[in-house]
Design a protein around this ligand. Sequence first.
Ligand SMILES: [Zn+2]
Length: 317
Amino acid sequence: MVGVNSPCGQFQSLRAPISVMTLRIGIDLGGTKTEIIALDARGAVLERRREPTPSGDYAAAVALIARMVKRAEVQVGQRGTVGVATPGSLSPATGLLRNSNSVAFNGKPLKQDLERALGREVRLANDANCFALSEARDGAARGAPTVFGVILGTGVGGGIVIDGRVLEGVNAIGGEWGHNPMPWPQDDERPGPPCYCGKRGCIETFLSGPGLALDHAARYGETLSAEEVVERAAVGDAAAQNTLARYEARLARALATAINVIDPDVIVLGGGLSNVERLYAGVPRLWRQWIFSDVVRTRLARNAHGDSSGVRGAAYL
Ligand SMILES: [Zn+2]
């Protein structure tokens, strides 16, 4: 096994033996920001910091992570274990990163380079898997048998946790939902926007932050960020509200297919767009029509750990 992902699902077995280093450091290497968190043995936050991700520059991203870890350790006065949540995953065949929406990082030996920069073992796992596990353990889906965690951010990812364990999958792509096509597409959604993965009309091209911004620009000729669309909708801007209504309907369709396959107790949303309040009432109202069941007991929940859920999961690697 060459450099396969350290599966989030094996946290439990890794927890007990680590007694020498009680400091746990987690990094969330996001498309736009990189976050670090340092937790003590009881899970209390000792240090937290965010920096912009140098997303087009792999070497700079590795250097940034190394710098952030060293600074956190100086602050806390202790050396720690390091876990990194990243978009995409390490290929089970090559050990190189693949499937990352930060495409400059694909094909790179991220695990080895970080280990060299930090002089210790570094555990890497998919960010959505870390997010789902963190929320299933002590977050919004605590105690639920089957959890689907979804990140709606710069990219769109998913992770499945069953009875407290991540469903990693034989190809290490368990829960990867964002690169399926948008289901029940309307005529103006075909063939859909081009995706970095080489296909068109992927769920991610509609439901990521940049996807929402592109949809708004295409419809209204107004170039706004996803955050700006959300802000304008909140103060009554009709165009922005329409864009969010389209987003909500698409999310309902896309999650309905996940429910039809996984049938989870809880779906937890993370990423910047999980802060859109209207989704939590609107999406379950809309998804019923697409779900192959007379009852729908699946709960749609906002994450409990905010934007920091993925980084918490990483710390426990
Ligand atoms: Zn795609």
